[in-house]
Design a protein around this ligand. Sequence first.
Ligand code: CO
Length: 461
Amino acid sequence: MGKKLNITEVVLRDANQSQIATRMPRSDFEDILETMDQAGYYSMEVWGGATFDSCLRYLDEDPWERLRFIRSKVKNTKLQMLLRGQNILGYRHYSDDTVRAFVRKSVENGIDIIRIFDALNDPQNMATAIDECLKAGGHAQGTICYTISPIHTFESYVELGKKLEEMGCNSICIKDMAGIMSPQVCYDLVSALKKNVSLPIYVHSHSTTGLGPLTLLKAAEAGADGIDTAISIFSGGTSHPATESLVYTLEEMGFDTGVDLKVCQKINDHFKPVQARFLKEGGLNPSVLTTKIEALNYQIPGGMLSNLIAQLTAAGKLDKLDEALIETPKVRADMGYPPLVTPMSQMVGTQAVTNVLTGERYKMISKEVKAYCRGEYGHSPAPISEELMKLALGDEKPIEGRYDDTIEPEIPAAKAYLGDLAESEEDVLSYVAFPQQAEAFLKERREKKALKVEYTIQEAE
Ligand code: CO
């Protein structure tokens, strides 16, 4: 037997999010879950990220019910989710009571592994979620968001890895959300972490720039313990390297992935018509399937690039794209080089577009960027430029200490507001995370139930 290499299948979460904007309804995968459970994956990433928001907003599905259903069909394979630290699954910092309850309920409803990241790589923003995950009996996977900047050095990543180990994490993930980590850098980074940290190391990348499969191969060579892949029909482009190709290659090289390619074929056959339907109905834009070297040149994630284009198109100023692409790294530098991942990618991108469209830098500053300068998102990786601080805050002083300590507990007020509209603690958490979407969803659910009762009475007559 060769060296064990764990495979995490991400088709239901990240591939779904990266290629079809997380629009896959449960009906598209419910019949294949039991087969997926037989494939030999170490884990399946099925929840978190944008899935929660999307269930409530677009799919008319209770995200918690979706998770429980998956758990009921997947009995052997570990289930995994992605959590944005103190932002849980939203775009702002939530109170500690919300973070703790959310993490505990995630584990209770079936999650084994929680991959916890923070857009700023600020350990303080991951601490509460890690602590609660461990208390709830979950596997806490601490995350290093990979980005390229003058201050993000190997040493800084190793420092963060050591910190995550100290905090009690069970494993570490190197998260290359933009697909810009080169194979050699990955090899060196995994080697450096292996030397300095005693935890299993997982590598997550995307195929956006074409580097993904090569990078994962070098991850395995450097001794990584696991990699993330997507079943082939939903792989490539903004999604991930293909499960089957990586398993084939790695097994040939003597690694033991434990994954059965015959089962993979059944899974792929199942998802082929699903992919074809999304393509036909426009839910899958073929442009996300191609290799985009721009993401490497500009070092911005593919999703962010399409947002920039969309914002400029909406303003009728697509001719300003080059200017916006030049402005983006400048804004990022002013903001202290945050990694470009949710919610920082949106904040940096929108501010860059605003700077270009108004023709004057920071003439208008979004309330999110102001909150960031105030310290409401934690510590910026490098200091924020004085010019931006001055323009954003005026004479106001940034927060000292931990912003999250100043957020009032959110759950009691939400419970009181919802009354009997909430039938469980999960409902209350859905509301705290996404008030508008959850309230609409819960009201509709109540109406549907009322209708059902009427029907039942009529039938009984
Ligand atoms: Co990803």
